[in-house]
Design a binder for this molecule. Structure first.
Ligand code: B1M
Length: 211
């Protein structure tokens, strides 16, 4: 890794948005491609953030500020990635299910997935089954990611899966779910493809679907 990318990586680990953007700008000005900055700088840094989180060295606040720094940096790269025609790993439609307004965990999952190289279509909170179906169709998504924080709303995940089946597009997508009351067993019951306990595992699970 070049010195410039080491600075990019450290700025993400420190959650330092300004440093992240200025070090990325310096790497761009120095002639490095956006693709290299993304794949050798941002993505490995977010992988490391995920590892630190899983090992209990980072907690949710550290992960959030790291993800925000990464997102701020990614904004600089996005137009260049389009110019370089860099393809994302896949397209994820993500949302918190109908009746549920909790979005802190969902946003974290979304940011970690973006950091892992996915294009994200974030539908927000209180998302109906019809809106998930419509978003999968219009975006030609490969993954549907659902979050729920309430025991009363987690059952709506099954309604989304049913709606995808009815629309005839269930087999087109991998469906992954998560959120505090959600479990692996629940995922099996509703025939989701997978469950992840936290944002770092969610990013890894999504990567396993496109590997
Ligand atoms: Co609410 N709330 N809340 N709340 N709230 C809980 C969830 C609750 C456990 C609090 C409690 O009673 N102890 C309880 C649920 C009880 C239950 O159903 N068993 C509860 C309740 C009851 C309610 C209301 C009904 C309260 C009321 O009005 N009477 C109401 C419901 C509103 C609604 O949604 N319709 C309500 C409202 C709210 C606020 C709006 C005030 C606010 C939400 C703000 C927001 O999100 N923008 C809020 C908050 C903040 C919480 C707590 C305190 C924190 C949730 C949170 O953000 N955690 C929560 C209590 C608690 O958890 N200690 C609580 C941090 C976040 C990073 O974790 O979201 O779990 P989490 O995400 C994790 C993992 O779960 C996972 O990754 C993340 C981290 O790595 N993950 C996924 C999440 N989604 C994933 C998707 C994946 C994979 C992993 O794949 C796709």
């Amino acid at each position: 890794m070049t010195d410039k990318l080491l600075v990019v990586r450290q700025s993400i680990l420190d959650g330092d948005l300004d440093e992240c953007r200025s070090s990325i700008q310096q790497a761009i000005d120095g002639g490095m491609s956006a693709d290299s900055i993304l794949k050798q700088g941002l993505i490995p840094a977010m992988t490391e953030v995920g590892r630190l989180f899983e090992e209990g060295e980072y907690f949710v606040p550290e992960m959030l500020i790291a993800a925000r720094a990464m997102q701020g940096g990614l904004e600089l790269l996005k137009p260049l990635l389009v110019e370089e025609d860099v393809q994302p790993l896949g397209k994820v439609v993500i949302g918190t299910v109908k009746g549920d307004l909790h979005d802190i965990g969902k946003n974290l999952v979304s940011m970690m997935m973006e950091g892992a190289g996915f294009e994200i279509v974030d539908l927000g909170t209180d998302v109906s089954p019809e809106a998930f179906v419509e978003a999968v169709r219009t975006n030609d998504a490969n993954i549907v990611a659902m979050s729920a924080l309430l025991t009363t709303t987690m059952t709506n995940m099954q309604n989304v899966i049913q709606a995808l089946k009815t629309a005839g597009i269930r087999e087109k997508v991998k469906i992954m779910i998560g959120g505090a009351p959600v479990t692996e067993a629940f995922a099996k019951t509703i025939e989701a493809d997978g469950y992840a306990a936290d944002a770092s595992q969610a990013a890894k699970l999504a990567q396993s679907y496109v590997a």
